[in-house]
Ligand binder design. Structure first.
Ligand code: GLN
Length: 503
């Protein structure tokens, strides 16, 4: 029998629908894979102890002739930032150790209703702050391409689970790049939808004006299929758009023919300097553009002069919003409480937050509280918001000239665990090309563009579209993916020396 962990979600779904395989078989294969490799990868913080029961129930319902969703019976990994009633939700923090939510995040509820089978909760940087998962309170995740390297962050667990064939698809969240940068360093696909396109109800908030939930997968079609399940209006989320969205899976299927590339105007940002980008990343990016051009795409140089100030603005806006969002972890309402005999309420709160939060979280709370304090608010938060507007205007002007913008998804390939952990500024620069997308609220997708020549590690290309044009990204992403996979003679991950050999 074929190894079911090697199949895409779309292929699993079609074999499930014809009865060739059962959900129990598909789920068991992935649980065995997790048991086999997760000791090395550490993608999961929690593995469900009833996934096989859920799968058996789907099989029963299918056998009874019930009409099930397209992905029914397909296993799914869930980033630990999303709350779940049947598994703990920690957001990678000690302060929420063992926390059980009284409700499911909307995206989780929708995935369950569509018959997806939750496998477990994936590792992440604490409260989604980071680019390497090294800020997880539960230890880092390791990149399946090279276990000494980072899997990206904050959603390194979801990306590594998908790259290591522990799950066919996963849910992530992206505030400044946490879906796309892990995709880039693990050779997978990650999509950050238009702000408001996917519900954040039950996503533990980092920075509310930036957070988006989205899909993680090995193929563009799989992300589109999952996006179709989780997307759309949610009355529980005040920022949720009421748009009627097209089928993203239909867009991805249509895109795969490559027709869309004829005459497609692809913008390349002239102000993005080559310096700061690893040579192999730039080369892979240019190689992908050349392939697109050969199929009839037009590469257009555009100007986005404020793009490069995104990181600076983000590191004022994000800490400001995070310091407010994290105020609710006060020892009273959720999770950890450190008792201080004879102490005041404030003493208990301070002791709890001191013990429960890690260094990066404390750093950002301090920074955010300072930036919002009376007298500094205008100078810091106010200025950052103005820069944000300028970046949005850059995108508006660019999209008057081009259909999509392309950038490398991150400046370097996966770096070594420990390499940047003591240098927050270096860590922050990982998101130089992803952050402006969150600041503008537009959608962005990262797909593999190849391997960097100097280290043989994966590189991603990011496509960005105007707000609400998520379907365009699936069309273009699927077209680019088909071209690239063809040029490699097969998917990148199928040829990867994963986990130090043929495991
Ligand atoms: N790496 C970025 C940060 O540390 C992005 C985080 C995210 O998207 N959640 O903030």
């Amino acid at each position: 029998m074929t190894d079911l962990t090697r199949l895409s979600a779309a292929d699993l779904a079609s074999q499930l629908s014809t009865g060739e395989i059962s959900s129990v078989e598909a789920t068991r294969a992935h649980l065995e894979r997790i048991a086999d490799v997760d000791g090395d990868v550490h993608a999961f913080l929690h593995v469900s102890d009833h996934a096989l029961d859920v799968a058996a129930d789907i099989d029963r319902r299918r056998a009874a002739g019930e009409h099930l969703g397209e992905l029914a019976g397909v296993p799914l990994a869930i980033k630990d930032v999303l709350v779940t009633t049947d598994m703990p939700s920690t957001s990678g923090s000690k302060i929420l150790e063992g926390f059980l939510s009284p409700y499911d995040a909307t995206v989780v509820a929708r995935a369950r209703a569509a018959g997806l089978v939750p496998l477990g909760k994936t590792n992440m940087d604490e409260f989604a702050m980071g680019s390497s998962t090294e800020h997880s309170a539960y230890g880092p995740t390791h990149n399946p391409w090279d276990l000494d390297r980072i899997p990206g962050g904050s959603g390194g667990g979801s990306a590594a689970a998908v790259a290591a064939f522990e799950a066919p698809i996963a849910l992530g969240s992206d505030t400044g790049g946490s879906i796309r940068q892990p995709a880039h360093v693990t050779g997978t696909v990650g999509m950050k939808p238009t702000y408001g396109g996917v519900s954040r109800f039950g996503a533990i908030a980092l920075a509310s004006s930036l957070d988006q939930v989205g899909p993680v997968s090995r193929t563009v079609l799989d992300s589109a299929l999952l996006h179709d399940v989780i997307g759309g209006h949610d009355p529980h989320d005040a920022t949720s758009l009421t748009d009627a969205w097209p089928s993203f899976a239909a867009a991805a299927r249509e895109g795969a023919s490559g027709e869309v590339l004829k005459g497609l105007r692809v913008g390349v940002i002239k102000e993005l300097p080559d310096s700061g980008f690893q040579a192999g990343v730039s080369a892979s990016f240019r190689g992908a553009l050349a392939l697109l051009e050969a199929q009839g795409a037009e590469i257009v140089e555009i100007s986005a002069p404020h793009f490069e100030y995104g990181v600076a603005a983000y590191y004022l806006i994000l800490p400001a919003e995070a310091s407010s969002n994290l105020a609710k972890f006060d020892s009273v309402r959720f999770g950890l409480r450190v008792d201080v005999p004879g102490g005041t309420v404030e003493d208990v709160m301070a002791a709890t937050r001191d013990a429960g939060f890690g260094d990066e979280v404390k750093r950002r709370i301090i920074l955010g509280t300072y930036a919002l304090s009376a007298g500094y608010y205008d100078a810091y938060y106010g200025s950052a918001q103005k820069v944000r507007t300028l970046i949005q205007r850059d995108f508006d002007a660019a999209f008057a000239q081009v259909d999509v913008i392309a950038t490398p998804s991150a400046p370097t390939t996966a770096f070594k665990l420990g390499e940047k952990i003591d240098d927050p500024l270096q860590m922050y620069l990982n998101d130089v090309t992803t952050i402006p997308v969150n600041l503008a609220g537009v959608p962005g997708i990262s797909i593999p563009s190849g391997l960097a020549e100097e280290d043989g590690l994966p590189v991603g290309i990011q496509f960005i579209a105007p707000a609400r044009e998520d379907a365009r990204l699936y069309r273009v992403g699927a077209a680019a993916e088909a071209l690239l996979v063809d040029s490699w003679g097969g998917p990148l991950l199928d040829r990867a020396p994963l986990l130090g050999g043929n495991r």
